[in-house]
Design a protein. Sequence first.
Length: 414
Amino acid sequence: DAAMARQGEEVVSRLLEHGYEAYWVGGCVRDELMGRPVDDMDITTSALPEEVQTVFERTVPTGIQHGTVTVLSGNYAFEVTTYRVEGAYEKHRRPAEVAFVRDLKEDLKRRDFTINAIARDLDGNVVDPFHGKEDLNRRVIRCVGDAKTRFQEDALRMVRCIRFASVFGFGIAYRTWRGLFEERENIRHVAMERFRVELEKMMAGSKPSRGLGLLYRSKLPAYAKAPFPHASEPGWIGLIDEIPPGRVTVRWAFLLLACGLSADEANAHLRDWTFPNAMREQIVGILNVGEAVKAIGDTLELRLGWIRIVLRFGRESSEAWLQLADTLSSGGAANDYPIGVIQNGRTWTEEMAVYRMSELAVTGKDLLAASGRKGGPWMGEILNDLLLRVASRALPNDKNRLIEEAKQVISTDE
Ligand code: ATP
Ligand code: MG
């Protein structure tokens, strides 16, 4: 965005005016060269963190010990990081200790891939000692320096390598891929949370099937701290790209299904992989709907069976599952589910009069008052029955009418 770019120029200019060097670096330079949208701009500078804090009025010490100060300028925030090299790597993870240096090239050298090791100055000139631009043109991911060593230092880079190849549709340089293969067992030292964040970025890309293919070929998932299963239906994997990138939870549900996992098993895996609860629940909700649809079989009326599912698991999960099912059936892989539900589920859902108990015109309290009986499980049963009939438009959502219905059911019960 142009306003952000202008503010960024102000920040860089200010550092230059104070006699420091300053460049844009990393993801933003790469994305700009690729013509991709840039959403955050990282700046690298010869100024020490305390110097950066002196130059700007509004700063946040985001990661002082790593040399990062967030500079607030206009409505934007820029991460300004001092040229640095990393200290000794321990257990294949990035070190907590860094050393500040005065040379840009030293800073670029510690970065993971050539395409991420390009700096750009205020006039648009690039500093690109590792030929990242060439690799952008060749569309390849290549480690800066010796791949095996770089993956040994920080095992997360292996997942990043596959993530970038997947999101950009790039190849992986031969030695980089070989280095990854040789170091892959060290992935077990990487916290699942960091692994998961990279996977999420990959799954949000335009072609996650590519990354999944690379992951499975590398066997990284099997060596991970919380290993995750191989897709047992690899033939399906290509279909995952058909699910829009905005529907990541549907993509995850699809992948877990392709791994042959039940909703409960998937839930356990998602916990191990440190998914945030809300996202885990959404994914599991989709899988639950699928299992319930399978169980409708041909015994019940399909439409009522479906409406009952929507009421139980919610409209969002149910419609998300329909999207998954469409994708499966486009690949001829939806035989486990009644076709009528896949074909008509959307219409049936849209036509429902209500979607949850709170929308029903009567409450348990109303029923107690009208019947003069004591509360008990009978009440839930009646409410659920009324809800299903109202949702499916067999009854209007009218308070008096519903109380009448309830009374009839109660009197026939007695
Ligand atoms: P994204 O578009 O996902 O933000 P990015 O390249 O900006 O991609 P970040 O994680 O934001 O990725 O990192 C910013 C920069 O820091 C990278 O471009 C790279 O130069 C460097 N970097 C990040 N992680 C590592 C790592 N594990 N090892 C070495 N350098 C790294
Ligand atoms: Mg970034």
